[in-house]
Design a protein. Structure first.
Length: 172
């Protein structure tokens, strides 16, 4: 029994570390601590892994991005958000190259998905790293504004891992 308890703690810690590190297999996840994807669920095309609900298939439900050249912009306090091109510029689609002769609104780093996405609500990511994207449209575009004082989810997740490790050490 002692070894089963130890094995359980070790598996829990490994799962928590994997979650905090953002390492997930592709698929939809019901909760932040889930390790098995939801059967029959398909993430939005820009997401590799998505969550955290019974049907996390929306544009702003990404946990990780399908395209390694894209960045995740967290929209919700659980760390889920939208995936968009990492390179500054205007984009017609998520997979298209930047449009020539187009300049995003000054608050946007990347913008899309129109033939001329230059409006304040066409942002895919923010020019100022201290700002956050507020999604306004189903395609994941929105506007950028100053961030709130909410604690980043990664630090909360790390706290959970540290508490689990401390519990394990105390038991043994």
């Amino acid at each position: 029994m002692f070894s089963k308890i130890r094995r359980g703690y070790i598996l829990l810690i490994l799962a928590l570390v994997q979650i905090v590190a953002g390492e997930r297999t592709p698929g939809c996840y019901l909760t932040e601590d889930a390790t098995t994807p939801i059967a029959g669920c398909t993430c939005y095309e820009s997401c590799e892994a998505c969550g955290y609900s019974a049907d996390p298939s929306g544009v702003a439900d990404c946990i990780t991005c399908a395209d390694a050249s894209h960045s995740l912009t967290a929209i919700y306090t659980d760390g889920t958000g939208t995936c968009s091109p990492s390179t500054a510029g205007c984009y017609l689609t998520a997979s298209s190259p930047a449009l020539d002769g187009c300049t995003c609104h000054e608050s946007c780093k990347a913008c899309g998905y129109l033939s001329s996405p230059t409006g304040q609500s066409d942002c895919l990511s923010c020019a100022n790293s201290a700002h956050v994207l507020t999604v306004a449209y189903a395609d994941g575009t929105g506007s950028c504004a100053a961030a709130s004082a909410a604690a980043p989810v990664r630090f909360i997740g790390l706290s959970v891992v540290l508490v689990a490790i401390a519990s394990l050490v105390a038991v043994y």
